[in-house]
Each structure stands twice: as C-alpha cells, then as structure tokens.
Design a protein around this ligand. Structure first.
Ligand SMILES: [Zn+2]
Length: 137
C-alpha cells in the first residue's frame, strides 16, 4: 500500500503513536518500501530526544519528510537543528530507496507526482495503480 497503516505496520505505528502531536494519528503517508527508514529515523530521534514529537511523516516531492521537533514544549535552536540533521539524513537516504518495494531506486521527476522508485515499479505505474513487486522491508 502507499500508506503505513495498522494492517501492514502495526508495530511501527504503536511505537510512533506516543510521539505524535496529533491525537488522531492513524497512518504514515508513505509506501511500505520506506518502513525501515521511518523506523530507523524514529529510533534516532528517540535516542537523542526521548520526548520528541512529530506533526507529519509523509512523502513530499518524492522523498521522505519526517517533520518533528525535540519535544512538545520549548526548545533551543541547537536542539531543533539536531532534529533537522537527523530527519534530513533520512530524507536523503530515501532518495535511493523505492518507496513502493524498498529496492534500490531513484527519484522520478518526469511524472505528474514525483516519486522515488525502482525501474520495475516505475514501469508498472505507467499502467497500474499498484506495482506488482512485493515490498522487501
Ligand atoms: Zn520498487
């Protein structure tokens, strides 16, 4: 699926939920190929800032956008910069991982919606809504 939902990512969503700024957090708006990236980014943020909060985790302009802050309350500019350092590194990492299947991919900016995909998933998407490859992560 193009979302991480309770059916395909319950354990990850349960780990993320306490860190959501929104009380109605339900899904992560990216494909299953990025599940490991989302989980690792969460782990790094939680290690640096145990009370970190996110307001959105999604695909934006074809890459992973993990939008977070050090905590719900006040923060220093240095703390926020550290959060961005972590989340930016995962945004960059997502540029070479197929969002659908997790195999090596590249950013496809020649489509109406920019996506990072492997060759096979990009080819499938020309004719179908969901590529045929099964996610490997
Ligand atoms: Zn793929």
């Amino acid at each position: 699926m193009w979302v991480l939902d309770p059916a395909n990512s319950r354990e990850l969503l349960d780990r993320l939920r306490p860190h959501s700024l929104s009380s109605d957090f339900e899904v992560v708006w990216c494909g299953e190929g990025w599940r490991a990236l989302v989980g690792d980014c969460h782990d790094d943020l939680a290690a640096a800032f145990p009370d970190y909060r996110f307001y959105a985790i999604k695909q934006e302009w074809g890459v992973l956008a993990f939008q977070a802050r050090p905590r719900a309350g006040e923060m220093t500019a240095e703390e926020l910069a550290r959060v961005h350092e972590i989340t930016d590194s995962y945004g960059q990492a997502s540029e070479v991982v197929c969002e659908w299947c997790g195999r090596p991919g590249s950013l496809r900016a020649d489509r109406p919606e920019w996506l990072t995909l492997c060759d096979r998933c990009a080819q499938d998407l020309e004719t179908t809504k969901y590529p045929r490859l099964r996610p490997i992560v």
